[in-house]
Design a protein around this ligand. Structure first.
Ligand code: 3JN
Length: 330
């Protein structure tokens, strides 16, 4: 594109939407015009972007009649289901943060450090993966290339910001002794809830199945065996993940460490003797994926354990989407 794009932010008032604005500003994303959109409920409110106030427009079937090049959507699955195809039909490229289109074979599912080339076959919609998947992919990709992954076990420790304002309020109030349960069926303060999104007939939660299915699609390899347990913990920002991996081929720990350190978007934080390992509070507000506790799993052949932390609203959502938009305008 040899001019600056016109951009729409759909869901501009939500937790992810407002972080879209922060990330666009931080990365100095070039734009000609920017339009803030949201459902009727939030329309009319204002948001500040680059020091200027914008009135949030109501998202309607006519929102994309004006010339818009890129729309960043984070307004929930049903909004994406209805409006992403309308936008695409108007020539807009939608980067959608919901799960609505992720597993559609016509829709690329992209982590820019991992499978940037998939952007090229988009038909107007590109899906942003689930936050827990994104940070895992950045770490798995260089290792899958080098040693071929046979099996992965994910155990997640997910921040309440992943549940939006209600999750954040439940924890805030809980820490003051008020057991609010607006986002979760149980108090989150003082608890770990092995329950993210709804339960399916197979006993897994939707969040767990998202991690499994999206791993296959992004790495382009359905033969990898994947299982997951996703857990909500009383942490405000950043998802932490214990990732256990079995490789097809033998490895040296030093080579793994180097492959991770050399990969874009990864910071190795691994000096346990000095109490140095990735921490949720330190990852908050950052765009990288932090990995540490890199150690051999002695219980299997070619096994390894990792601790992986990233800001779920930035790299797990807004930053990844803006990076996709950056590739689009390159
Ligand atoms: O719970 C989290 O930490 C992440 C939540 C993600 C989420 C929440 C509601 C709906 C998603 C998602 O991105 O998969 C969705 C959805 O679009 O299905």
């Amino acid at each position: 594109m040899n001019r600056k794009p016109n951009v729409a932010v759909v869901g501009a008032t939500g937790v992810v939407g407002s972080t879209f604005l922060k990330v666009l500003e931080d990365r100095d994303f070039p734009f000609e015009n920017i339009y803030m959109m949201a459902s009727a409920k939030s329309a009319g409110s204002t948001v500040t972007f680059k020091g200027k106030e914008y009135v949030v427009e109501e998202l309607t079937e006519h929102s994309f009649d004006k010339p818009i090049d890129i729309a960043l959507f984070s307004a929930g699955g049903s909004t994406s289901e209805k409006y992403a195809p309308i936008a695409a039909a108007h020539g807009v490229t939608v980067v959608d943060n919901s799960s609505q289109w992720r597993m559609d074979p016509e829709v690329p599912l992209v982590v820019p450090e991992v499978n940037p080339a998939d952007i090229q076959w988009n038909k107007g919609i590109i899906a942003n993966p689930n936050c827990s998947t994104i940070q895992a992919m950045v770490v798995l990709k260089p290792l899958h290339e080098k040693y071929k992954i046979k099996r992965v076990i994910y155990s997640t420790y997910q921040a309440v910001s992943g549940s939006g304002v209600k999750g954040i309020n439940d924890l805030k109030e809980g820490l003051k002794g008020n057991d609010l349960c607006q986002a979760y069926p149980h108090p989150i303060a003082g608890n770990c809830l092995p329950h993210i999104d709804s339960f399916l007939d197979n006993g897994y939660t939707k969040e767990e199945m998202k991690m499994i299915n999206e791993t296959h699609k992004i790495l382009g390899d359905d033969t990898i065996k994947v299982t997951a347990t996703t857990v909500r913990v009383p942490v405000f920002d950043s998802h932490s993940e214990s990732i256990n991996i079995e490789f097809e081929t033998p490895f040296e720990l030093e080579d793994v460490r180097k492959a991770l350190a050399d990969f874009p978007g990864i910071v190795v934080v691994d000096d346990p003797k000095n109490n140095v390992y990735p921490l949720a509070r330190e990852a908050a507000g950052k765009d990288e994926v932090f990995v540490g506790r890199i150690r051999r799993d002695f219980s299997v052949e070619n096994g390894i354990n990792l601790w992986v932390v990233a800001d779920n609203i930035r790299k797990g959502a807004a930053t990844n989407a803006v990076q996709i938009a950056e590739l689009l305008i390159k």
